[in-house]
Design a binder for this molecule. Sequence first.
Ligand code: B12
Ligand code: SF4
Length: 459
Amino acid sequence: MNKARAPLVLLINPWISDFAAYDLWAKPLGLLFLASLLREGGCGAAFIDCLDRRDPFTNSHPGVLPGKDRKFGTGKYPRMRIPKPGPYADFPRHFHRHGIHPESFRRKLSEIEKPDIVWITSAMTYWYPGVFEAVRIVREVFPGIPVWLGGIYARLCPAHAAQWSGADRVATDDLSRLPEMIYEQTGFSPRNSDVWGDFRLWPLPSLDLLKPTSGYAPLLTGVGCPYRCPYCASSVLEPRPSRLDSRRIMEQIERGCEVLGATDFAFYDDALLLGCERTLRPVLEHIAKEGPRIRFHVPNALHVRALSREWCDLLYASGFRTIRLGLETALDGRSREWGDKVDAGMYLKAVSNLFAAGFSRGDLGAYLLCGLPGQSPEEVAESIGFVRQSGVQPYIAEFSPIPGTLMWDKAAAVSRFDIAAEPLYHNNTFFACRRPDFTYDDMVALKSLAKKSGEDKKS
Ligand code: B12
Ligand code: SF4
């Protein structure tokens, strides 16, 4: 029996501090799930989104380059130029804080009821300066209120976060531990404590906390991935893959339509099409039968091996529009070394299935990894040529070294920057694993080669 009053938890999605950032259907889905778990457990949940693209105060503020809407709900964040952090001092690019003006953040904080705990999330490891700034301002506005930091940066770089973030607690524990931690902090025990540790039992994400104007909604149908590619943190972040049942997936989509009026949906899954015959498939069959009124986007790459003709027909009929393929390299030896999830033959078959199903060139793109330890620029150029020949736009994914991955030690050995001590060096744009036989200029040239191959096709 709870003797303490139900606590109010303030959830904060902090700024992105980076050379560039684009809202490619990026919402703080983790926080939105946490808000629902809190509410279901009897706690209060408030939310501030520092990445709101349409904050009127920010967009009319001098010194801010306002946000802009683009295709399918994506868009540019408002941004302000800020001084470069020391480790980037010699890097020839301007640095920005993307999101709302700090003054707007302070106003929002002062307008809400004083919370009992503040939870701040984090995404890319190298975005930590925006996270720290949010922690600092919260501390000024709410002195004495405990601030907890969680999310991807916190989980991948816990020691760095504990030492430098200024948060009272870096919450990297399994979610099943959170109800107990809330009790220890507040004396209130969430009444759904058995639900937190099992993704399949979570309530739907609290989309009502987002502004309905965003036009799109995030979707998550499963967590984890059965593969263990050496450059990827999926199994570090979620060692036990699990999937929602079809009813829960359908409810997520319906909720996005009802609450946000969303017409575009982006999947955040690591392994969307693996093992989903009885989960996602019936949902898509239902939508295809009814006639799709919404569009689906997969910015985070599909597993090529899953793209049989039957599946491609289903994806097309159910309204998939942005398809990204996780090819990574066209060299079979390399792909075996990098997790063996796909080979060139499989890729070509998948592309022909996608075209046959009705997808056009503009819908498709293939990610190619660039700059991994041991890889040569010539290999990447060859892969770009291969993808171009297949009629698909190549997209370069610059290597971001991630702590805890199988390739981490090799990356640390190759890099002349201290990637272990400084997460800013994980930034894909900075390309810390540059080396004499794969220089920064090689990376830039390969990016423009990939871009050009798209432009040639259009002309
Ligand atoms: C969706 C996604 C994207 C999307 C959008 C990202 C976004 N939302 O901002 C897109 C496609 C744009 C993208 C792009 C990239 N991504 Co990405 N992406 C992901 C992915 C698959 C899911 C993230 C997510 O939203 N998860 C869902 C939610 C539910 O989980 P969550 O946020 O972690 O929250 C949970 C917990 O952490 C916790 N929690 C969260 N906050 C808090 C706070 C508190 C207080 C507490 C207690 C708990 C808590 O509770 C939540 C519920 O369990 C992850 C992989 C992964 N499995 O996480 C990679 C990942 C984050 N991306 C990664 C990479 C490498 C990239 C790219 C650099 C790829 C490239 N080379 O181009 C780009 C970079 C983009 C940029 N501008 O810099 C890396 C991380 C790199 C790094 N150094 O940090 C990851 C880990 C994948 C990998 N390869 O290993 N990405
Ligand atoms: S298949 Fe994709 S999500 Fe799975 S481990 Fe490999 S890169 Fe990560």
